[in-house]
Every structure is written in C-alpha cells, then in structure tokens.
Design a protein around this ligand. Sequence first.
Ligand code: OKV
Ligand code: MN
Length: 242
Amino acid sequence: MTTLFISDLHLSDEHPEITDCFLTFIEQEAPEADALYILGDLFEAWIGDDDEAPLHHKVKTGLKALTNKGIPVYFIHGNRDFLIGKRFAKETGIKLLPEHCVVNLYEKPVLIMHGDTLCTQDLAYQQYRQKVHNSFIQWLYLRLPLGIRRKIGERLRSGSKSHNAQKSQMIMDVEQATVLNVMADENVDLLIHGHTHRPDVHQVTVNGRRGQRIVLGDWYEQGSVLVVTSEGAELQNRRFSE
Ligand code: OKV
Ligand code: MN
C-alpha cells in the first residue's frame, strides 16, 4: 500500500537519461503502487497536445501501459507543461486535477499542488502566469501553427533564463505566509508540492496545529520520489543507470 509522488522531471530531448529513468520507474515500480501523482513539470516545455515528438510518444506509451494495468495516474499542471490537455489525458488515461486540490491519502486529507502559486514574492512571474493561464489567450495561442508556437516558446524560454539568473533565491522560493494561508483555507496539516527543486520536509504550525510541508525534488541528477504509506512519507532517490 504505497502512493507515489513525483514532479519536476523536465523531460526533454537534451536529457535522455531522465526519460530512461522515468520510463523504468513507471514500468517497474509504479505498477506496484496504489496511485501515482505527477505534480507538474513532467516536461520541460509543452506547446500543445498536437506536438507529436518521439519523446512525447515514448512517454505517452509508458503512461498508457501503466494506466492500462489499473494504476490511477493523477496529474497537476506545472509552470512549464500547463498546456497539457484533454487529448493527452485521453491518450494516456491519466486524470487531470485542478491547480490545487485536497485528496484523501490513507484517511488523511492532503493538499497537493505544483507550487508555483506559492512563490508570491516573484511578482514578474505571477503576472506572466496570469497572462498565459488566461483561457482566451490560450485559445488564441493553440490556434497558431505549431512552428509559430515553437518559436514563441523558444523566445519565452531564453528570455526567462536570462531574467531568472538575476532573481534572488529568496524570491524564487515559496512565501511562508502564502503557505500558511492556503493550508488554513483548505484545513489540512499536510501539503505536498514541487517546483522549487528544494526537496525537504518542513514543519509548520497552522491554526495552532502542527503540520508538514513536503517539497518534492527534481530529476536533474536522480529521480526524486515521495513514497507515502499509511505509516508516513519518505523522500527517496532513484539512481540514473549509466
Ligand atoms: C513554459 C515557461 C516557456 C516559465 C504562450 C499563451 C502566449 C501559452 C504559451 C508558450 C511557451 C508554454 C506555452 C514555456 C514555461 C516558458 C518561459 C518561462 C517561467 C502564450 C499560452 F504568450 F503566446 F500568449 N506558451 N510554452 N516559463 O515553451 O513550454 O515557466 S513553453
Ligand atoms: Mn515548476
């Protein structure tokens, strides 16, 4: 009886070792689990479900095989793959979840999200986010030819890289007050998220109750996996094979 959580794999053609590790994980480990939650940034970029690249095909085939075995796979969008849509969900059998939601984990309510919405000190990012999450803007973008969407994506990514290099680490982390507010609003004492690439278990106090905020790690050097059982939660790593 285990539930697995992962995020921030940032799959791309540049790093086939990450894709290999993920495909092994969903083929060999995830089939033994009760469920798999992917909390965003599975892909480094996503410009529409109609972008058929060999990488996308491999990942979709792997996910479909997993869901066909009866393992529920839940997905929350990250800041990079927020355009993953109904077609991808249909092709893979995964279930798309809203931006944040409370799930019942072995009789305990747990709040899950990607984590970018907690970085409220990064005003430039939150403004950009509001624009690209606007449904009319997304509708327009998705009507552009793939080549144009790809160009816009490349432009935005290179611009963001140089912009982020100037941002402080503080600004790119979560804001504690935002964490406490959302946990209090949702009435939970466990929050699980990714995005910051700082895997850790933080103790928090929400409305006088002790709680935890578990941060998932990225898959840059190894696969970061949160394994949850009725006994508790443990952050683990899966080594890349050579
Ligand atoms: C994903 C990020 C690029 C950060 C563009 C409307 C717009 C969607 C989009 C284009 C970019 C996703 C979909 C990508 C994440 C970046 C750069 C920074 C901080 C529009 C709707 F603008 F044209 F209207 N995009 N792509 N960034 O390349 O995957 O998360 S992306
Ligand atoms: Mn992210």
